[in-house]
Design a protein around this ligand. Structure first.
Ligand SMILES: Cc1cc2nc3c(=O)[nH]c(=O)nc-3n(C[C@H](O)[C@H](O)[C@H](O)COP(=O)(O)O)c2cc1C
Length: 481
């Protein structure tokens, strides 16, 4: 008897920059980070990942430089390391990647803090059309002061207020995508004599809220998924509440599966309280995997890759993520005992949870840089095929997650190793699919493994704005004041 195992969602976690979670690795022989501005480079990667049946490429994105370290407003340590700088807007590449592929999907990060909902609804709707429904939106509220300054603010909007804005933002885009064009508004080819679309089936949304005033209608017609597949990554209390309400996939980072399990349970429980099916929320763990024939070879590969890392770039990334400038401290400062409580608690957390750090004598600047230089603050799973596969299985079981976003140390080397060594083993263990559930299908169809499941489910808050065929106005419009 076989015990069917959960089939995992496997994504590649990438960024359209010379370096993502690997500052300095563009110097590694064969690394293609420097090709980040070439569409041919991304097409070739997308085709390779599609041949290996990855669900999606998940593109992270930021809107400013990491300029806190040795700052304020100093990019000198960031620029030589190419620490997420320069960085191109990933959305522009998606149509080309979709044209070169059939089934792989694309998650694209975009911020609710600096972008207008009307413009974002148009851009993602356009790409959903052009990709045949293979685009997802990774909803972020952003975290860099440098972005705030470049968008005309003195400093960032307060953290929970950013989430309050994001909730209203989502209401606006749901109304535009789901509730401003009736499903049958655009007339089929045989009925075009009556006009391209029915004017009675396109209406204003008249959204007037605390943060946005958007009369609508959407300037784009309904695309295959209407609302693109919704991804989210935020781990604060406000972030988890936001995920429970809106996200269809949540990206969580943690050093061990038992550490992220409470977040997984909390998100699923909050979703259930909101009337959603908690299993509709797919939880994806981030991980850097370095795999080789033996544990020793994998560790040697990791050590070699790490030797190309840029330590200043790693500290610049830390500065952007945390808001703290470690250059203000002495080189021999052990941050487990520093006065600044936020840094102290972060570093003590690492000291007690990062595997293999028990014996570490000191958590000084150098140790922090060494730790963050590959894979950022996410888990690093290093070992033979068997070691890595066992560890991933343990993650799935202990954390109750549904899949992984694999980051890279070198591009495409890390993915080549995963494809050639790891995936055959995962396939043998029944943990990954043989083929897309719906070849040529939408992002949502392939995540849920259900042909025809292109739209948000009825239990999702965006579904209250659906305007279905046969309805004179969408139901939400009759209940609105
Ligand atoms: C694993 C992970 C990946 C993230 N990727 C991005 C990103 O690409 N761009 C971005 O602006 N924010 C990113 N974030 C930040 C969050 O989406 C969120 O806006 C930020 O963490 C603040 O929310 P929080 O305090 O709830 O975590 C990421 C967060 C996590 C945990």
């Amino acid at each position: 008897m076989t015990n069917p195992k959960k089939q995992l969602i496997i994504n590649a976690f990438a960024m359209q920059a010379p370096g993502h979670l690997n500052p300095g690795l563009f110097r590694f022989p064969g690394d293609q980070g420097s090709e980040y501005a070439s569409i041919k480079h991304w097409i070739s990667l997308a085709k390779k990942l599609e041949a290996a049946k990855f669900h999606a490429i998940f593109f992270a994105d930021v809107l400013g430089g990491y300029d806190v370290y040795k700052g304020p407003a100093n990019l000198d340590p960031t620029i030589p390391a190419a620490a997420q700088f320069p960085i191109n807007d990933p959305l522009y590449s998606i149509s080309a990647l979709a044209a070169a592929t059939e089934s792989i999907s694309f998650g694209v990060t975009a911020s609710t803090t600096y972008d207008s909902p009307y413009a974002l609804a148009r851009r993602f709707g356009t790409v959903d059309h052009l990709s045949g429904g293979r685009v997802g939106w990774n909803i972020v509220t952003s975290y860099l002061d440098s972005a705030a300054r470049n968008f005309g603010l003195d400093t960032q909007i307060e953290h929970d207020e950013r989430y309050a804005i994001a909730h209203e933002y989502l209401d606006v885009v749901y109304k535009l995508w789901e509730g401003s064009w009736r499903d049958d508004a655009v007339r089929p080819p045989g009925e075009k004599d009556s006009g391209y679309a029915d004017p009675k089936a396109v209406r204003q949304i008249n959204h007037v809220g605390k943060h946005f005033r958007v009369p609508g209608p959407a300037i784009i017609a309904p695309s295959p998924q209407r609302t693109p597949f919704l991804l989210q990554a935020g781990t604060s209390t406000a972030g988890k509440a936001f995920a429970a309400k809106h996200a269809e996939a949540v990206f969580l980072n943690g050093h061990s599966p038992d550490l992220i399990r409470p977040s997984v349970d909390s998100i699923r429980a909050q979703a259930a309280e909101l009337g959603r099916d908690p299993r509709d929320i797919k939880i994806i763990g981030g991980a850097l995997v370095i795999v080789a024939d033996t544990d020793e070879k994998a560790q040697a590969k990791f050590d070699e890759l790490r030797s190309y890392g840029d330590r200043e770039g790693a500290l610049a990334l830390f500065g952007g993520w945390s808001g703290y400038d470690l250059s203000k401290y002495a080189d021999d400062q052990d941050f487990r005992f520093v006065e600044q409580p936020a840094i102290r608690s972060m570093v003590n957390h690492w000291a007690s949870t990062v595997p293999g750090s028990d014996g570490q004598k000191k958590w000084d600047k150098r140790a922090i840089a060494e730790y963050l230089i590959l894979g950022g603050n996410g888990p690093k799973i290093i070992g033979s095929v068997e070691t890595v596969a066992n560890e991933l299985e343990r993650w799935v079981e202990v954390a109750d997650i549904d899949g992984f976003n694999f980051s890279y140390a070198t591009l495409p080397g890390t993915f080549d190793d995963i494809i050639e060594l790891l995936l055959p083993e995962l396939k043998q263990r029944g943990l990954v699919w043989d083929d897309y559930a719906v070849p040529g299908g939408t992002f949502r169809e392939n995540v849920y493994g259900q042909k025809g499941r292109n739209r948000l489910p009825d239990s999702h808050p965006g579904a209250q704005y659906f305007w279905r065929k046969g309805e004179e106005v969408p139901p939400y419009a009759t209940t609105q004041g």
